[in-house]
Design a protein around this ligand. Structure first.
Ligand SMILES: [Zn+2]
Length: 270
């Protein structure tokens, strides 16, 4: 009896060990090693997922967040986790929480892909694929790293918030998700702008939830309801909670909720 109990405990321990091996907290960052050449670093202040891809001693940095002190900490962490220098910076889109750290790393010799693509191409053209879509912003860049089987999609997919598909509406979101699911259909990891990385089925669910949300808001809006009335419909609250994958309580501030309904109505009307 004692023996089998001990064996069970040992098994449980080793299972949780596996998880903590690939994910650790370091200096306020959640660090996940995806493979030998790729690491995802989640900044705790902005929640932005930052990518570090190493190739031949060069490092591609994806979506550095802003914040003077935090950037110093990020630079230290890069020194610890990778063997090389940041040569190229890519941004999935130009919002501050994904590009605010560009200047900091550029001052230390990194090229910003948007400014000097040839420097980035020299090292990464064979190993990184860029696809432009229009969903969260007018120019969203999907960053695919086939050898690490990982796709960075920025805020086209957010795994910790409601969808923000304000530039492309539903057609833009659908088109972008089709491309994402297609690229990741062999089991590739999809790294959202914020929240935990996921597989294609989770992204498909996110799209389905969004379509359902828009359909519902459209019906209520066309029935003449105001934003405030729509917010208080129990069905709408349920539809909102489908995006609450982290089970936060409350999920989002009331102001963010009304803004989400307002912007959805704008998309339907526009
Ligand atoms: Zn963002």
């Amino acid at each position: 009896m004692m023996f089998s109990l001990a064996a069970t405990v040992a098994l449980v321990l080793s299972a949780s060990q596996v998880e903590s091996d690939s994910e650790r907290i370091q200096d306020g960052f959640r660090v996940t090693d995806i493979g030998p050449s790729l690491t995802v670093v989640a900044d705790t202040e902005y929640g932005t997922n930052i990518g570090l891809f190493e190739k031949d001693g060069a490092i591609l940095l994806i979506d550095p967040m802003p914040g003077e002190e935090r950037l110093v900490a990020l630079a230290e962490l890069i020194k610890d986790s990778a063997s090389g220098q940041v040569d190229c910076i890519l941004n999935t889109h130009n919002h501050e929480d994904h590009s605010g750290g560009n200047a900091f790393f550029a001052a230390n010799g990194a090229a910003i892909a948007e400014v000097s693509l040839e420097v980035c191409n020299a090292v990464f053209s064979e190993s990184v694929q860029l696809i432009t879509v229009q969903s969260h912003t007018d120019e969203d860049i999907l960053v695919f790293v086939p050898e690490a089987s990982t796709l960075f999609v920025g805020d086209v997919f957010d795994n910790s918030w409601h969808p923000t598909f304000y530039a492309g509406g539903l057609p833009g979101l659908n088109q972008a998700i089709d491309i994402i699911v297609d690229l990741a259909n062999d089991g590739a990891l999809i790294v959202p702008g914020h929240g935990r990385p996921a597989k294609a089925d989770v992204v498909t669910q996110f799209r389905d939830n969004t379509v359902e949300w828009v359909t519902l808001i459209k019906r209520l809006h066309e029935a003449g309801m105001t934003v405030e009335q729509i917010m208080n419909v129990p069905e709408v609250e349920v539809a909102l909670q489908r995006f609450n994958t982290e089970r936060r309580d409350p999920f989002i501030p009331q102001r963010a909720y009304s803004r989400f309904v307002e912007r959805t109505v704008e998309i339907i009307s526009g």
